[in-house]
Ligand binder design. Structure first.
Ligand code: NDP
Length: 246
């Protein structure tokens, strides 16, 4: 265990089986939160993460929930909150990346991307806020592509993360009066399955720090935002990109 800044907090994390989401689950749990997380298909990875957290003395539970199914996501959040009595932290980390130029990428890819990266964030926040009170935190995982699309083939994904940035501001306004903060963490290139190694050398050349981010580094920022020292931050998009945008 790390510190105990999140002791007794109930957290729901979408897309927690791999990559950045898994690092967020680990970090929240290590700081004392009870974590319920979703995955789409990686059951073995999800089970292994639950076992890892449990072995270290933390609490985590995995649910197979397709974020593209808003009703299923809503039901899962309602059930988690009913079981725990409330919800303190929601992290929307599930995301998909479909690359392709507007010359070729079909409308079905647009719909799939927006279903998971945008619609599910709206559905998740709508469901979670019903179970939240003063001091609760909502953290979306957007991307620096909301601010800069550096390569061809990124229009749809960038648009989805731009929507997350804009919704974050709107949610912060909607929920601020109830003492609920809403923020958007925008990672730069980070070492996960979404970011295959054949791109790494090219990406490194664009980063001030000359390396990609590690999922744990994103997890640390998310946990801090969920903690007591970040209560005056809301509606913000925080860049964590090793100087990619510098
Ligand atoms: P990965 O592809 O490594 O992992 C994606 C995670 O999301 C998995 O746990 C996956 O579950 C889950 N997921 C995907 N689709 C669904 C769905 N329909 N329903 C439920 N869960 C789903 O991605 P990253 O860890 O890299 O990305 C996490 C977030 O960070 C995303 O929102 C991404 O856009 C964002 N991001 C990533 C960056 C990067 O460089 N890697 C940079 C900036 C932002 P399963 O294992 O079952 O497939």
């Amino acid at each position: 265990m790390n510190q105990n800044t999140l002791n007794g907090r109930i957290a729901f994390v979408t897309g927690g089986s791999r990559g950045i989401g898994a690092a967020i689950v680990r970090r929240l749990a290590s700081e004392g939160a009870e974590v319920i997380f979703t995955y789409a298909s990686s059951e073995a990875a999800a089970d292994a993460l639950v076992a890892e957290v449990t072995t270290k003395g933390g609490r985590a539970r995995a649910l197979k929930v397709d974020s593209a199914d808003a009703a299923a996501l809503t039901a899962a959040i309602d059930a988690a909150a009913a079981g725990a009595g409330r919800l303190d932290i929601l992290v929307n980390s599930a995301g998909v990346l479909e690359r392709g130029s507007v010359e070729t990428l079909g409308i079905d890819a647009f719909d799939r991307t927006f279903a998971v990266n945008v619609r599910a964030v709206y559905a998740g926040v709508q469901a979670a806020q019903r179970h939240m009170g003063e001091g609760a935190s909502i953290i979306n995982v957007g991307s620096i592509v909301a601010d800069r699309t550096a390569f061809p083939g990124g229009a749809v994904y960038s648009a989805s993360k731009g929507a997350v940035q804009a919704m974050t501001r709107g949610f912060a306004r909607d929920l601020g009066a109830r003492g609920i903060t809403v923020n958007n963490v925008q990672p730069g290139p980070t070492e996960t399955d979404m970011n295959p190694s054949d791109y790494h050398d090219m990406l490194k050349s664009l980063m001030a720090l000359g390396r990609l981010g590690k999922p744990d580094e994103i997890g640390a920022l998310v946990a801090w935002l969920a903690g007591p020292d970040a209560r005056f931050i809301s509606g913000a998009s925080l860049t964590i990109d090793g100087g990619y945008l510098a």
